[in-house]
Design a protein around this ligand. Structure first.
Ligand code: ACO
Ligand code: ZN
Length: 162
């Protein structure tokens, strides 16, 4: 990475869609169509962020607001923030950008009234598992054959403080 890069975070706008889809395709096997990204944006506009280096998009996070059973208590239905996808351009990894995006997204999820955040992650995705653990997420369950190629997911979650 270029050490003189100016990194900044800002809210996603629909003008960013093409670049975000490109990063998603480069970084993850889970890819989505335009409609999917725009639906996520409509559902949770303030939980969709991009990271820029010198005004070029190098990462994103997008979330969906959901409700359902708590991942911490068996009986309580709660509002939950689902971290649907996060990815950082490989040239800019390990400099705290994903962490910053996660913190911004979790703060928005809290303002929307979510009391928990959760995501699914491939059981072999060491960087992502380490990122979420560092941010206070814990593994709540293993979902067998969650991904199209047969790999299992860990469902990871953490409470959000309001
Ligand atoms: N190995 C071990 N720990 C790691 C790694 C790694 N490669 N990457 C991040 N971490 C952990 C570390 O604890 C790190 O803190 P440290 O650098 O002080 O030790 C902490 O996470 C924060 O790291 P960041 O620099 O903020 O993470 P980065 O910006 O590099 O992005 C990400 C991490 C998003 C997982 C990146 O590697 C990536 O884009 N991977 C491909 C896409 C992907 O797997 N996305 C997640 C899929 S699951 C989902 O989207 C819900
Ligand atoms: Zn998910």
């Amino acid at each position: 990475m270029n050490l003189t890069s100016e990194i900044s975070l800002r809210r996603f706008t629909t003008m960013d869609l093409e670049k975000v889809m490109e990063i998603n395709k480069t970084c993850l096997p889970e890819n989505y169509n335009t409609y999917f990204f725009l639906e996520i944006f409509k559902n949770c506009p303030e939980g969709f962020f991009v990271a820029e280096a010198n005004s070029i998009i190098i990462g994103y996070i997008m979330c969906r607001l959901e409700s359902g059973f708590s991942d911490f208590s068996r009986i309580k239905p709660v509002r939950k923030g689902h971290v649907v996808s996060i990815a950082i351009n490989p040239n800019y990894r390990r400099t705290g950008i994903a962490r910053a995006l996660m913190l911004s997204a979790m703060s928005s999820l809290t303002s929307y009234g979510s009391s928990e955040a959760f995501c699914e992650v491939r059981v072999t995705n060491e960087p992502a598992l380490a990122l979420y653990k560092k941010l206070g997420f814990s593994i709540r369950k293993r979902i067998s054959r969650y991904y199209y190629d047969g790999e299992d997911a860990f469902l990871m979650a953490r409470p959000l403080l309001s």
